[in-house]
Design a binder for this molecule. Structure first.
Ligand SMILES: *[C@@H]1O[C@H](CO)[C@@H](O)[C@H](O)[C@H]1NC(C)=O
Length: 153
C-alpha cells in the first residue's frame, strides 16, 4: 500500500464508526487473514473491467517496482515491511492490493485506475486487521523478482 494511506488514516479513524454502521454498498467490509509463507491468490478488477488474478507467496519480497514502490512484505497492510500500520497485519485484501499495485505501477491509493477498488477493499483490513488477529511477525526475505505475471480476462 502507499504513503497516501497515511493521509487517509485520520479521516478513516474519524469515520470508522459511521463506516461500520453503514457499510459501503460497493465494497463488502470483511477482513480475512492470510499466513506469511502461505500461497495465496490475489484478485482485482482492472481499469478495463477485467478480473485479474495472480498466485504467489504471502510475505514475499519483490523489492521496488519500476514506479519506485516498496514491495518488501507483500500482503502486509502498510507500505513494505516498515510503513506505518496498526500491527504487522497480513490479509487477503492487502495481498490483492499489493500485487495489483506492483504489476500496475499503481499510485494515488483509491484513485488508481487499476488498483483503486482493491485499495478501498483493503481499508477496513488496515484499520481492523490487528483486532481481527491478523498480525504476524514480518518475514526477512531477500528480494526475488516474480517470474509470473497476472492473468486478466
Ligand atoms: C510500469 O512502468 C514500467 C517502466 O516505466 C513500464 O515499462 C511498464 O510497462 C509499466 N507497467 C504498467 C502495467 O503500466
Amino acid at each position: 500500500m502507499f504513503p497516501h494511506q497515511l493521509l487517509l488514516l485520520p479521516l478513516l479513524l474519524a469515520t470508522t464508526p459511521l463506516t461500520l454502521a453503514s457499510p459501503s454498498p460497493l465494497h463488502k467490509r470483511s477482513v480475512t487473514c492470510v499466513k506469511v509463507g502461505a500461497t495465496a491468490t490475489a484478485s482485482w478488477t482492472n481499469s478495463a473491467g477485467e478480473t485479474c488474478s495472480y498466485t504467489g507467496v504471502v510475505g514475499s519480497n519483490y523489492g521496488e517496482n519500476s514506479a519506485g514502490g516498496d514491495y518488501s512484505c507483500n500482503g502486509r497492510c502498510g507500505t513494505g515491511c516498515t510503513g506505518v500500520a496498526i500491527g504487522n497485519v497480513y490479509t487477503q485484501d492487502c495481498w490483492s492490493h499489493d500485487i495489483c499495485s506492483y504489476f500496475n505501477n499503481a499510485s494515488g491509493g483509491a484513485s488508481d485506475p487499476n488498483c483503486g477498488a482493491a485499495f478501498e477493499a483493503a481499508e477496513d483490513d488496515f484499520l481492523l486487521g490487528y483486532l481481527d488477529g491478523c498480525s504476524q511477525t514480518n518475514p526477512t526475505n531477500p528480494v526475488v523478482k516474480p517470474t509470473a505475471s497476472p492473468v486478466c480476462s
